[in-house]
Each structure stands twice: as C-alpha cells, then as structure tokens.
Ligand binder design. Sequence first.
Ligand code: KG4
Ligand code: ZN
Length: 341
Amino acid sequence: MDKDVYILAIESSCDETAAAVVKNGREVLSNVIYSQIALHTEYGGVVPEIASRKHIEKINQVILQALAEAGMELQDMTAIAVTYGPGLVGALLVGVSAAKAISFASKIPLVGVHHIEGHISANFIENKDLEPPFVCLVVSGGHSHLVVVKDYGEYEIIGRTRDDAAGEAFDKVARAIGLGYPGGPKIDKAARTGNADAIHFPRAKVGDSEYDFSFSGLKSAVLNYLNSCQMKGEEIVMEDVAASFQKAVVDVLVEHSITAVKKYGYRKFAIAGGVASNSGLREALEAACGKEKIAFYHPSPIYCTDNAAMIGTAAYYEYIKGVRHGFDLNAVPNLKLGERA
Ligand code: KG4
Ligand code: ZN
C-alpha cells in the first residue's frame, strides 16, 4: 500500500470510553481513554447500565480529542474502526452507533474489530519487529485464552478458561480480602510486600487439556482460607494472601504458556489483556522465556488494559485485507475470535 493509512478507532466494550488515531497500523498518533473505574468502584464492579450511559455522555468528546491530539481532521481518515464484540451489549452499541454515524456522514469506510484481536494486536504497537506466527496469552477481565496467532487476523484458540477469567479471579479475591475494585492492580501492589510462599493455594489442572485454565477452585480456596482464619481467630495478613494467590495464578499461566510455545515451536511469545500488566506475571514470564530462549513480547501497561489504539492496529490489518462493514453492523456481545460479521 503506497498511501498512508490513518484509522480513527473507537472502543466502548466495557468501562473505558476510548478513541485513537493510528497511522499505518503501528504508529499511535493519539490514544484518549476516559476510564469509568471511579464511577463503578462504589458498586464493587462494572454496572452495565451506568457504563452505557457514561459512554453516551463521553464518546463525542473523546473522539474529538483523539483527532485534535493527532493534529488531524476527520476527512484525513482512511477508515473508521470500532469494537463490535465481545463485551457488554449496551456499552458496545454506543461505540458501534457512533462509528456508523461518522462513517455514514463522512463516507469513510467502516471496519468492525474483535475486542480480543485488539488486545493481541496491542503487541504490534511497540514491538515493530513482531510478526506472526507466535503464541499469545490473552488474560483480561472477561477472557483467558491461549491463542496461536497464525497470521494477521488468523487465530487458533488452543486453551481457554473453563470457568472464571483470570482478571475475574483477581477482582473476586480482591473483594474478599477487602481491597475493592478493580482488584488486579490492587492485588499486584499488595503482593509486592507479601510472602508468596506463606499459603499454598491449589494450581488447578484441567484433566483432559494441557492448555485450558480453571480459576474458580483457587478462588474458593482463598475464601475457605479466609473463613477458617476468621473461625480460628487467626490474623489474616492481606499482603501474604495477595502474594500467594497471585503466585498460584501466575504459575499456571506460565506453565501452560511455555508448554504451548515449545509444542508449536515458534520461539515467539506475547501477552495481552488487563492482567498482562501484572508485574508478577511479567517477571515470571521474562524469567521463563529467558531460560527457554523464547523471545518475549508485551505491551506497555497502558496498551494492556482497554484502549482504542489496539483497535486501530487490529483494524489496519483487517483493512488492508479488504475487510469493510456495512451500516447493518451490530454489537455482538459473545462474538467468537476469528468470526467475522
Ligand atoms: O483488558 P481489560 O482492561 O478489560 C477486559 O477486556 O476485560 O482487563 C481488565 C481486567 C480486570 O479484571 C483487572 O482487575 C485486570 O484486568 N487487571 C490486572 C492488573 N491490571 C488490570 N490484573 C492483575 N494485575 C494487574 N496489574
Ligand atoms: Zn479488554
């Protein structure tokens, strides 16, 4: 492609209202994120109805700011990209409706993007040399997947969670130990001063799969431990619980990931999603990949949690393949990876 491709990307699948301008897939010209976290904290988690209303309030402002910070006009854009699934239906609809309206009014083509494809593509932003094929661990609030990225936009899911997502386990355990929402970053911080060997929590094996995950047993083990301490009148050292829980999650994620990379033989491994910003996970993967001589790629924390730059990057590779969406594009809350509307 000899002409530069500028993509205005929009993301509103959960509790971040975000817009970004991305040039030729890997150069982020602006990345505006309005986080609703403070708004949902008092409820202990994301309230879908509140999320949708806030997206409506903020979306135009966030889009205008993304264009302004990139120093560009809408008419300079090559395509308008938007996350259309998976996510909260009411939240997704706000972004999808805004993108369709802008595309219709400006006659700029529309490209719908899968949210997880966005998370995976976040790795391309700062790692200019990274190209498929590679193995990617996607760990977010709603998903835990081990994915073989065969080519741009082509995925094979080789492992998935059988129950809770990794981020969900972080959020639930954080609530149980009184850290509140959002749990991941708070457990990450508390774990730094705790003893990870203080309590032995189970590392769940899923009998018939080398790569699948299960985190609900671990969550129950933490709750049982807390109950039993309370009944016996024993002191609960919150930092030790956080560190021991985090280690149990990290051990399983690292073991499954390294097994997969060795089996597929690509020697390239990336991580994505909100939990990928966890410092314990990053350190453990750094060490394990170093030992096995596997190149380890990870986005900066700002590109791990929900943002629109990653959607712009994913959209670029879809766009150059010829993917375009019509005005019948709808929000698909349970959209499968690799599936296209
Ligand atoms: O990718 P993301 O922003 O949204 C989804 O697509 O789900 O991920 C949010 C999840 C939350 O569960 C949050 O607790 C978790 O990522 N998270 C973390 C950390 N930062 C965010 N989990 C562990 N350690 C962190 N530092
Ligand atoms: Zn996400």
